[in-house]
Design a protein around this ligand. Structure first.
Ligand SMILES: [Zn+2]
Length: 407
């Protein structure tokens, strides 16, 4: 604010002018005014440009997606098992699947206690919906169904959609309209899907309720992601089958949150890309036991589809990831230790590398310590070589001495 303008305000106040709009002269805040509207808008645009430039997809950020996924899964279990949103649970089972490309998802089967089984038509309607909601009475639900629960378009509208096999949609869309819930012959119910002429435009196609994937309104609200809920009936038992896929939207929110917090956006983002890698490796110290071996398997087993897949080798299922790693020959100690250290050298500080080497010495029983030492000594001692007065022997002593902290 310039002094003559300030003087203008003083003059106004002296004149008895108290209304802000009549005082002084309008000033537009510069974009350099941190936190001002122009600054915020610029940061928003920077953020969007960065995401576009780097072209990151959720699957490029497993560090983030896995955490969001886990949080949502924990909450889903909590809702179904502890809070009993479908009724008291007699048994449940779920399988988490990691896709090679795309997002992880979970298949969950919930069997309700006898007295609470879903066995009348009205109950089905309360649990599962397969219609486009009323836009006026339920605008948010309407938006969520558009965002997450519309299948396709496929079939005659788009013959190249990924669900098309042999000219037909493998998920049987578009489904038939039905005034009421009907028990299908194959055990799969036909849900109420009334023809109310509501349509939603998806990829330039007008889609009716025939294209809605079954959802539970409460869960859709709660998780804001694709969550397919179905009831299934056979002669013996009735159960709930929920399939859940975490959404890109959760990733977007995290990106934006981080970019705003770590402003200015541009340079910091690139640094964060590097930092992310450190985070991944920190999580893979052998001292962490099963978690370490799980990561080992994930690194070496191609196209894993489930935990059981990772635990299975040559048709035998192992009880621990360590045993499974052993059966696959992944624990040939020195090669593993070498890889572990080698990977860490690309982004770990010497101090962290020494700690890792100490961990390996303590827990991994390397056969050829000398070889590891020789291979990575340069990295272990790097910070001590920076002192110009240190000769080679000083560096060696300081490096060796520093291991006292860990061993
Ligand atoms: Zn389809």
């Amino acid at each position: 604010m310039q002094s003559e303008l300030y003087q203008g305000i003083v003059d106004s106040v002296v004149r008895g002018e108290a209304r802000g709009s009549e005082v002084g002269k309008r000033i537009v805040l510069l974009a350099s005014f941190i936190g001002g509207p122009r600054d915020m808008r610029r940061r928003y645009l920077d953020a969007i440009t960065l995401v576009r430039t780097f072209g990151q997809l959720p699957q490029d950020r497993p560090d983030l997606t896995s955490r969001v996924f886990r949080a949502k899964l924990q909450d889903l279990k909590d809702q179904i098992i502890k809070k009993r949103i479908f009724g008291p649970v007699a048994a449940y089972v779920y399988v988490v699947e990691f896709q090679k490309q795309g997002l992880s998802h979970v298949h969950m089967l919930v069997i309700l206690q006898n007295d609470y089984k879903i066995n009348c038509v009205d109950m089905f309607d309360g649990f599962v919906s397969a219609e486009i909601p009323n836009k006026d009475s339920h605008p948010r639900l309407f938006g969520l169904v558009i965002k997450h629960m519309m299948h396709g378009p496929c079939g005659t509208l788009n013959r190249n959609n990924s669900c098309m096999i042999g000219g037909r949609c493998k998920s049987h869309y578009p489904r038939q309209f039905s005034e009421y819930y009907v028990q299908g012959l194959d055990g799969y119910p036909i849900y109420q899907r009334r023809d109310d002429s509501r349509t939603i435009n998806v990829q330039n196609a007008e889609l009716s309720s025939q294209w809605v994937v079954h959802y539970n309104p409460y869960l859709l609200y709660r998780y804001d992601c694709h969550i397919n809920v179905e009831t299934l009936v056979d002669e013996i038992k009735e159960f709930q089958d929920a399939r859940w896929v975490s959404a890109q939207e959760s990733m977007w929110r995290i990106y934006e949150f981080d970019l705003n917090e770590m402003s200015p956006a541009g340079k910091i983002w690139i640094e964060r890309k590097q930092r992310k890698v450190i985070g991944r490796v920190n999580a893979a110290s052998p001292v962490e036991g099963e978690r370490y071996y799980l990561r080992l398997l994930l690194l070496h087993v191609r196209g894993p589809s489930s935990f059981n897949y990772l635990l299975t080798f040559n048709n035998q299922i192992y009880f621990t990831f360590k045993e499974a790693s052993q059966s696959r020959g992944l624990l040939e100690c020195d090669r593993r230790n070498f890889e572990c250290l080698n990977e860490a050298t690309t982004f770990q500080m010497p101090y962290a590398l020494r700690r890792l080497f100490a961990t390996i010495l303590t827990y991994c029983e390397p056969a050829n310590v000398q070889n590891l030492w020789d291979s990575f000594y340069k990295h272990f001692s790097e910070d001590f070589t920076r002192h110009e007065t240190n000769d080679d022997l000083d560096v060696l002593f300081e490096t060796l001495h520093s291991f006292d902290f860990f061993l």
